[in-house]
Ligand binder design. Structure first.
Ligand code: C2E
Ligand code: MG
Ligand code: MG
Ligand code: MG
Length: 296
């Protein structure tokens, strides 16, 4: 017993200072999280949440094929906050359902606006959290949102992360199947980062695989990954799924994906997520360059 106490003391003597520093860090972190939670409702009411769009491209001719809607929080004092920090918090406290409904509504508002202004109709993907799916009314809410703006469900792609399927797959599969029957296009986000078995993949109601960025990141990608990529593309072909690769940052990554027969790409190499006004300019540029190539 004495020896244990002695050992504990010497550990504390040696590491006590690290524990103290760790406690401070943890406390700051918790305070920050509380500040985020305390300001979320006001932020939504005051319009601090913005919907940005990141275009995605057909790999074979590099034309724009749609976009992903990504939420941004521009706080008047703290500036832009990272979704990677606040989304997990909102998923835990349930605020995500409210925020996501705002994002879906805003996205449909833009789609309507672009239709009215004569832009070619592109689909936009929205992110759907596991918590949203457990909300009994998600199909109702989705249908009401698209109807409000006179859109067909197929204009909205729903991105659901692979990990959302792992816990209680039965319930998720049932709800997502229903959404798919209604005409929404279902994308499996971050594919390859979770633990879904190939056997489960077959039972999942999905149209598009969104390949996790770790497959093409240079820090994490290994030479053998080209084989893995090829395998995934072949699997997708056989399952009649198309593939979007996200996080494409370089020409080398684009070339590697192109060799494997990947359909769509999204990433900083082409464009970062941007405000709606910039996205509209991009659509206009694409229309005028198409006209030019037709007339020459
Ligand atoms: P995600 O849905 O997988 O979105 C892709 C993330 O990768 C986005 O980060 C995007 O900005 C980033 N990205 C795009 N291209 C590149 C690239 O070339 N390189 C790198 N390094 N990153 C790239 P973001 O916007 O910070 O969002 C992070 C995550 O937060 C999203 O991952 C998604 O899970 C969640 N999220 C974002 N917006 C929403 C939303 O409106 N609702 C919900 N439920 N989740 C959201
Ligand atoms: Mg996504
Ligand atoms: Mg993703
Ligand atoms: Mg993600």
């Amino acid at each position: 017993c004495d020896r244990a106490l002695l050992a504990a003391r010497s550990i504390k003597g040696q590491y006590g200072i690290y524990f103290a520093a760790y406690d401070d860090k943890l406390r700051d972190e918790l305070l920050r999280q509380q500040a985020i939670i305390d300001s979320m409702e006001t932020a939504l009411e005051e319009g601090q949440f913005l919907v940005y769009l990141q275009p995605k491209y057909r790999i074979w001719n590099e034309t724009m094929a749609g976009a992903e809607a990504l939420v941004r929080w521009k706080h008047p004092e703290w500036g832009f906050q990272s979704p990677a920090e606040f989304i997990p918090l909102f998923e835990k406290n349930g605020f995500i359902t409210k925020l996501d409904q705002f994002v879906w509504d805003k996205t449909c508002y833009y789609l309507r606006k672009w239709d009215d202004e004569g832009y070619p109709p592109v689909p936009v993907s929205v992110n759907v959290s596991r918590a949203d799916i457990y909300h009994a009314d998600i199909a109702d809410i989705m249908m009401r949102t698209v109807s409000k703006y006179g859109l067909t469900p197929s204009r909205l792609h729903l991105e659901i992360t692979e990990s959302a399927y792992t816990e209680d797959p039965g319930q998720i599969i049932e709800t997502v199947s229903h959404l798919r029957e209604l005409g929404f296009v279902i994308e499996m986000d971050d594919f390859g980062s979770g633990y879904s078995s190939l056997n489960m993949l077959n039972q999942m109601p999905i149209d598009i695989l969104k390949l996790d960025m770790t497959f093409i990141r240079s820090e994490t990608a290994k030479p053998a990954d080209q084989g893995v990529l090829q395998f995934i593309m072949e699997l997708a072909r056989r399952m009649h799924l198309s593939v979007v690769a996200e996080g494409v940052e370089t020409k080398e990554q684009l070339d590697r994906l192109s060799e494997t027969g990947c359909d769509y790409v999204q990433g900083y190499y082409f464009a970062r997520p941007m405000p709606a006004g910039d996205f509209e300019r991009l659509m206009r540029d694409q229309i005028s360059s198409r006209k030019k190539s037709l007339s020459s």
